[in-house]
Write a protein that binds this ligand. Sequence first.
Ligand code: PLP
Length: 489
Amino acid sequence: MPEPDLCELSVPNRIGFRFPEVDVPCAELPKGLVREHLPLPELYELDVIRRYTRLSQLNHAIDTGYYPLGSCTMKYNPKINEEMARLAGFAAVHPLQPVQSVQGCLALMYELQEWLKEIGGFAGVTLQPAAGAQGELTGILIIRAYHKDRGELQRTKILIPDSAHGTNPATSAMSGMTVVEIKSDERGNTDLDSLRKQCDETLAGIMITNPNTLGLFDENIEEVIRLVHEAGGLVYGDGANMNALLGIVRPGDLGIDVLHFNLHKTFSTPHGGGGPGSGPVGVCDKLVDYLPSPIVTITQEGDEETPPVYGFYTPPKSIGRVKSFHGHFGMMVRAYTYMLMHGKEGLRKVSEHAVLNANYLRARLRNVYHIPYDRICMHEFVAEGRWEDAPEVRALDISKRLMDFGFHPPTNYFPLIVHEALMIEPTETESKQTLDAFADALIRIAEEARTNPDLLKSAPHHTPVGRVDEVKAARDLILACGVSVEEDT
Ligand SMILES: *Cc1c(COP(=O)(O)O)cnc(C)c1O
């Protein structure tokens, strides 16, 4: 049965809310601001609750099913994170409150900065960026400010490997840089010859993801960093894939100068419709003066009896603010809770298990699906969703069919250097039973591709919404109450 829309359910004069008693003097609103008619549906609270609860159940979510969406690190979001984030002292504060009244919040931010410095091997961290992509923008602006400060205005070229996430070239271009693509070699590493050709006096830096989006640790990483530094460039690390490295490799120790973390991936804060992200940026010693302001700092050391006093400070050459107030504070509470719950040893185990799970799945699937760069992987791997003896089947069909088994599909068609890419990131929070069920489903689908390809082409069959016309969905967006948005051309 199709879901009725709220306007259809509306009955005049039904009321589903109750305002609290007025505890301040009433004032007249200016005439121009008063609306006589608001076309909102009139419903009971129960109607609204039922509708949104039903709608939420139509969605696939990490709390309802397995979600091996490559590069997105869809790990379980522990519920204790939510409990902590809802504590009134964290949830009910205002960002304009005087610092003396929010010392606990500042202490948490300070400690989170310290943990991220330790995890990444960095000298300074900003918590401001709203997500990974904004972290990238922040990092590239820092690199630009650094070169500018040294009078090297000609350094405007950012190198980006061809396996990179789409945000990498986008944020570099937004910062006014020229993007030059670097090839990957046959083992999936950065191609050193391709890199050497670009190492000149216009080089601002390289933006590199390690492990890269093939899920592979770049075997050339030290040489890449050496070459870029030798040419006067800086190295930006896309740290979205830190889930493979916690407690094992510190990017700063490798020589990476600036890197963003994705709290909503590695540190279990919800994402993908589940809440805002958070993309803190860590920098090496020579870049700390350029960090966005404000940074949380200790303004007065504590001792055995009195806790330290926290405040804000502006780095001397700061690129300025990149986000209103202090970033997505609720995400910081969740990430910090996650870190404390695991402890140092626990975080290392997270990465060890993430890598183990990915290699287990890769080993179970490698004789059924072609894996073009088939070597020990890190937290994820990329398979091809095509076979010569099933010519009509594409990666998209495999993904749609997976939904019939109750699994969220892997990432499709990315990275671009693998044909019909299926990018699978199991994460450490899944049991062997779940991994086996997922592998079994993929193996069965590979059989179906040969024996009954139509089953794949017409999938999904058991989801609330069947196969959608993706082109039409993008062109004829239906956002609300049956109103379609005409494409603005
Ligand atoms: C997710 C991701 C990003 C971007 O992060 P957002 O928080 O989605 O902006 C960048 N690079 C890689 C490799 C990613 O997986």
